[in-house]
Design a protein around this ligand. Structure first.
Ligand SMILES: *Cc1c(COP(=O)(O)O)cnc(C)c1O
Length: 372
């Protein structure tokens, strides 16, 4: 029996071991543990490579969302609309500012915010729409952009799962006021610990975020605090690892596309399995390859017996977590997200995955779905 993990960070390390070892040794040699030249270099390099004016590094992807919302002045009395299907970081950060989370259901085919439902949730208190590019695919950004323009709202993009994905030829993260990234180890671009970043073309917002993430320090004097802030710094080791990995992100994304295509061809036409759809004109970066089956949890159990790790994105829609009981959502309020939570099953995908392993997973999945 094979053992197939969801992703394989060790295989990736072995593929670039000399660069990673050298990068880590350089940070230690200079004791550049917190901020310093590696972090500054990463911020400059990522901004240039991503095609934005500013990259503000921080401690993790969750903080990157909180920092942006807070520095846009969002707080008590405000509402922010986000998706019913995401990781809780997308919504808990809204609450942390003092604002109220307003969940909206997703599109059946793409699992991202449904702009028509978002439109119906806008009130005079709404200040922003937080779009999550789930699984590696862009949310429907043009209609969301129009809604924001029409109602004077900020569009914020949570790009934690979608580094370098595109929407109608334009990179995600460049459509709104600001975008946030996670470099959690398992993300498409991952550090060796927690790390995150904000990107924006807004000079003033960039300066405020930079200061807030560093105890509200002034840019010229770290003992001059222009406001109270938080401690959310990227450390030098993470920056050095990210700098060593950045030159490979395009080839890794291509490899993910090849694996997704191999899954597509192995599983197409199999009764009882619905394959993931790619929005037309958009490039999916396949952070996750998720199929839909009638009974995801039962199929998942069978795959465990074949040594295959799978997961769900996500088993409970955000509005139905205990944390959001106070919002009083009822079954049927989020029909797509509710159905997806029962049906979606995320298969192993990582750039180093072999075609043989893809076939092994596809064959076992087909068998598991055939005899439930
Ligand atoms: C991973 C993730 C985050 C949070 O990132 P961390 O670095 O783990 O704090 C936020 N949003 C989404 C959609 C994520 O997948």
């Amino acid at each position: 029996m094979k053992r197939v993990p969801l992703f394989d960070l060790h295989a990736q390390y072995l593929a670039i071991k000399p660069q990673i070892d050298e990068a880590i040794a350089a940070v230690i040699a200079e004791s550049a543990f917190i901020r310093g030249r590696f972090v500054e270099n990463f911020e400059k390099t990522y901004a240039a490579d991503y095609g934005v004016k500013h990259c503000i590094s921080c401690a993790n992807g969750t903080d990157s969302i909180y920092i942006v919302l807070k520095q846009l002045g969002i707080g008590a009395g405000d509402e922010v609309i986000t998706t019913a299907n995401s990781w809780i970081a997308s919504s808990e950060t809204i609450t942390q500012t003092g604002a109220r989370v307003v969940f909206a259901d997703t599109e059946d085919a793409y699992y991202t915010l449904d702009p028509a439902i978002v439109a119906a949730r806008i009130t005079p208190r709404t200040k922003a729409i937080l779009a999550v590019h789930l699984l590696g695919q862009a949310a429907d950004l043009h209609p969301l952009q129009s809604l924001c323009k029409m109602h004077g709202l900020h569009l914020i993009e949570d790009c934690a799962q979608a580094h370098y994905a595109t929407y109608q030829g334009q990179r995600v993260g460049t459509f709104g006021t600001a975008a946030t990234f996670s470099f959690y180890p398992g993300k498409n671009l991952g550090a060796y610990g927690d790390a995150g970043a904000i990107v924006t073309n807004d000079d003033e917002l960039a300066a405020r975020c930079r200061s807030f993430a560093r105890h509200g320090s002034s840019p010229t004097d770290k003992h001059d605090h222009v406001m109270e802030g938080i401690n959310s710094r990227m450390d030098g080791l993470q920056a050095a690892v990210l700098l060593a990995k950045l030159p490979h992100i395009r080839e890794w994304t291509q490899a993910r596309r090849r694996i997704a295509a191999a899954y597509d061809s192995a599983l197409s036409g199999v009764e009882g399995i619905r394959l993931p759809a790619t929005r037309s004109g958009c490039e999916h970066v396949w952070h996750v390859y998720s199929v839909r089956v009638a009974q995801a949890k039962a199929v998942q159990k069978k795959l465990v017996e074949a040594g295959i790790a799978t997961t769900q994105h996500y088993p409970t829609p955000l509005p139905f977590l205990k944390a959001y009981q106070y919002l009083g959502s009822r079954p049927g309020d989020f029909p797509c997200a509710e159905r997806h939570s029962r049906e979606m099953l995320s298969l192993p995908i990582y750039p180093e995955m072999s075609e043989d392993t893809v076939s092994y997973v596809a064959n076992h999945l087909e068998a598991a779905v055939r005899e439930p």
